[in-house]
Design a protein around this ligand. Structure first.
Ligand code: HEM
Length: 224
């Protein structure tokens, strides 16, 4: 296969991997945000709905369900990062001299900011798992999901970090959903506005709700 054709085939393959794993990850953040909206529900019979939801997730399919979901998510996240890193390397090797034109600089800026925001979201995830799954940051009681979230967000430092990370998630989701739709075929110029609106809407929905959680706790609207 000529060099250009194999470059193109490999690049398209990796973009498809990014798009398909991107759908799985976006599906997770939308579902996770929807589940977390239960933070706004009142306690029921001594138990908060968020605690019951956490218990359901940990015990579904006799405890196997959560491990299947964790395995699927981990594979999707690793493939997503692998495709991003190898695509970046391929593009850099193919063009060792930096672009000079303004048009090209715009697309380089978009992909560079995806790498930066992707790294910040990944760092957030490590912090988040240490905080609310493993209980290594701040007060934590196994199974008391509502209490752990509220006590965590009562700290302005923890809340501030979540809000900052969510701003990065907004940029990552907006551009990511936009490119994903393009890779999966919605690439005709007549779909540009629809693609922009869909990407903006998904990012705003997820990030708007996620930012509302720490703000609602800090404002005293949600309390123990
Ligand atoms: C303010 C926004 C968020 C809140 C309030 C929140 C809340 C929580 C809580 C309470 C848990 C523990 C659930 C349990 O033990 O039952 C959890 C786990 C988790 N969260 Fe979040 N989350 C938020 C944002 C995110 C985001 C943006 C991501 C992804 C980028 C994410 C990814 C995860 C993952 C992967 C787990 C571990 C699930 C597991 O394997 O047990 N979260 N989250």
């Amino acid at each position: 296969m000529p060099k250009e054709a194999s470059f193109l085939a490999s690049s398209i393959g990796k973009k498809i991997v990014m798009a398909v794993t991107g759908i799985m990850l976006v599906g997770f953040v939308v579902g996770h945000m929807a589940g977390n909206l239960q933070l706004y529900l009142p306690a029921h019979g001594g138990e908060h709905p968020l605690d019951a939801y956490g218990h359901f997730l940990r015990t579904m399919l006799h405890g196997a369900g959560i491990w299947i979901a964790r395995g699927g998510l981990l594979v999707a996240a690793l493939l997503h990062i692998w495709a991003a890193v190898t695509l970046t390397k391929m593009n850099m090797e193919a063009r060792p001299v930096a672009y000079k034109e303004v048009k090209s600089q715009a697309s380089t800026l978009a992909s560079r900011s995806m790498r930066v925001s992707g790294f910040i979201v990944l760092s957030f995830l490590v912090f988040h798992l240490l905080h609310l799954t493993l209980g290594k940051i701040g007060p934590f009681e196994e199974g008391k999901v509502f209490q752990n979230v509220v006590q965590g967000f009562q700290s302005p430092v923890i809340s501030g970090f979540y809000i900052l990370a969510m701003v990065c998630l907004f940029g990552h989701l907006r551009h990511g959903v936009w490119s994903m739709l393009q890779t999966l075929g919605l690439s005709h110029p007549s779909y540009n506005t629809l693609r922009d609106r869909l990407a903006f809407g998904v990012a705003l929905l997820v990030v708007g709700a996620n930012i509302s959680f720490p703000l609602a706790v800090l404002a005293g609207f949600v309390k123990l």
